[in-house]
Design a protein around this ligand. Structure first.
Ligand SMILES: NC(=O)C1=CN([C@@H]2O[C@H](COP(=O)(O)OP(=O)(O)OC[C@H]3O[C@@H](n4cnc5c(N)ncnc54)[C@H](O)[C@@H]3O)[C@@H](O)[C@H]2O)C=CC1
Ligand SMILES: O=C(O)C(=O)Cc1ccc(O)cc1
Length: 286
């Protein structure tokens, strides 16, 4: 039995499309309406059976929806929410999948009319690919999804969002928005910054006349897979979580400087200790 009657998804890409696929597969949703700007992508989403119909107009698209899921780049989420807020059906629950939470939740929660609730969410699952064609129904299975209620969040709205992610196969973790943004800056945003910088640094190394990237082996390719991620998405994340990202970049720079010192001093035991500590931590997360 569907527990969501009409789901409106704004931004039918990897994240929105994957949620649509799994909820349909589980029989959890009656009708799925896709909303976006790119008509070709939305038409493709209908062809693939990811959504039932689409609208290029957010206000018309959310009509009668009991759940609205926003899955566009993070900086666009507050303005889209402001646009749809006065047109939502009574009792509607609005939630999102954006990679930053503090600014989104503090901007969107107060925009909700009486009886309509915004609950922030973030599936810790994804790939370096984007668009509806990259979406797949098992994306969220066995992954964590962080949900960030506030003291104002209705328990019924929270329960509906938690149920949605559990049906999608995720383990839901409740966290406050401030902690979310610090944790994600460390375990997701910093690695993306490092990967993007590493690829540019190697490409920009001009000792030789040819581009040396084509000689890269498995290690470089594994390490930099995430530098193939969507630039507009990562522009928005870097801008919206700027303070926490800078704090982590500075923290990382201190460790990198320490490693440089060990190399410069040819400190063999120091280097081995540095690498051993890192290997032990990394082995423990596998
Ligand atoms: N890609 C990933 O691995 C993950 C992404 N996220 C978050 O999910 C959100 C969506 O990311 P993806 O699905 O990967 O992106 P995507 O690029 O695959 O899909 C985004 C969709 O939103 C549409 N869109 C962009 N701006 C819009 C606007 N102003 N109005 C309406 N539609 C608009 C695009 O046309 C596209 O169809 C982002 O906030 C991102 O931070 C969260 C977890 C993982
Ligand atoms: O491609 C990968 O491995 C990722 O790290 C995907 C990812 C990107 C952004 C998020 O907010 C969460 C997960």
């Amino acid at each position: 039995m569907p527990f969501i009657h009409r789901l409106a998804i704004i931004g039918v890409g990897l994240i929105g499309g994957s949620l649509a696929r799994i909820l349909r597969e589980k029989g959890a949703v009656g009708e799925i309406v896709g909303i976006g700007r790119g008509e070709a992508n939305l038409r493709k989403a209908v062809e693939l059976g990811v959504i039932d119909r689409y609208s290029l107009d957010s206000v018309a698209g959310v009509e009668g929806a009991d759940v609205v899921f926003l899955a566009t780049p993070v900086c666009s989420i507050p303005s889209i929410t402001a646009e749809i807020a006065p047109h939502l059906a009574p009792g509607c629950v609005v939630t999102d999948g954006g990679s930053v939470k503090e600014e989104i939740v503090s901007a969107c929660e107060p925009l909700m009319p009486n009886g309509i609730h915004f609950v922030g969410g973030h599936p810790i699952a994804g790939t370096e690919h984007s668009g509806v064609e990259a979406s797949f129904s098992s994306l969220y299975v066995g992954k964590r999804c962080i949900v960030t209620p506030t003291s104002r969040t209705s328990q019924d709205a929270l329960a509906k969002v938690v149920r949605m992610w559990e049906v999608a196969g995720s383990e839901v973790v409740i966290m406050d928005t401030e902690k979310h943004d610090r944790v994600l800056a460390a375990i997701s945003h910093l690695p993306h910054m490092v990967a993007y910088a590493l690829v540019n640094a190697v490409e920009g190394y001009d000792r030789f006349e040819e581009s040396i990237l084509r000689y890269s082996a498995g290690g470089f390719r594994d390490f930099t897979r995430i530098a193939s991620s969507d630039p507009a998405m990562w522009r928005d994340i870097a801008l919206m979580n700027r303070e926490a990202v800078i704090e982590m970049m500075d923290h990382f720079a201190a460790y990198f400087a320490r490693l440089r010192e060990l190399v410069a001093a040819a400190d063999a035991p120091g280097l081995e200790r540095f690498f051993r500590e890192s290997k032990e931590s990394r082995d423990a997360i596998l």
